[in-house]
Design a protein around this ligand. Structure first.
Ligand code: CUA
Length: 158
């Protein structure tokens, strides 16, 4: 079978890029451990206030886990609980959030934390705050008339 020279070049180019892209995805998933945010943890959105850990929102020191603290947030129109929270510098923190009503966003400005917070599901993200300062938490999913006022703050202190 005769394959034209340009056809051959494009075939090689196409197969090479395919292998490169699949390798990038593979290394990212299996070596670097990247994965989509967990949507598998469910919760009854009507019982958030009585379900642990959301019955006690805020920062909690934990023992025997890969992270030092758990930072629990409850989102509802149009606020987060807690409103302000202090986190010690350098601590490895697991942020855990859920919503009591509609879909909200949970973006911590200046960091790579950017979660969707959905009623019925628990969103989690593990991070280390290694710079002191104030970090604004913003809702970046339109959730109603007070959406633009929905915010909270993380203060990283020594
Ligand atoms: Cu909550 Cu927008």
């Amino acid at each position: 079978m005769h394959v034209h020279k340009y056809e051959k070049i494009w075939l090689i180019f196409g197969i090479t890029t395919l292998i490169v892209f699949l390798s990038v995805v593979g290394v990212s998933a299996f070596y670097a451990g990247n994965q989509p945010p967990s949507c598998l943890t469910v919760i009854d959105p009507e019982k958030v206030d009585t379900t642990a850990p959301f019955n006690e929102p805020g920062l909690k020191k934990v023992e025997g886990k890969d992270w030092d603290y758990e930072l629990v947030f409850v989102a509802q129109a149009f606020a987060y609980t807690p409103g302000d929270v202090e986190v010690p510098l350098g601590a490895k923190v697991k942020v855990i959030a859920t919503s009591k009503d509609v879909i909200h966003g949970f973006e911590v400005a200046g960091t790579n934390i950017n979660m969707m917070v959905e009623p019925g599901y628990i969103s989690e993200h593990i991070t280390t705050f290694d710079k002191t300062g104030e970090y604004l938490i913003l809702c970046n999913e339109y959730c109603g008339a007070g959406h633009h006022m929905m915010m909270s703050k993380i203060k990283v202190v020594e």
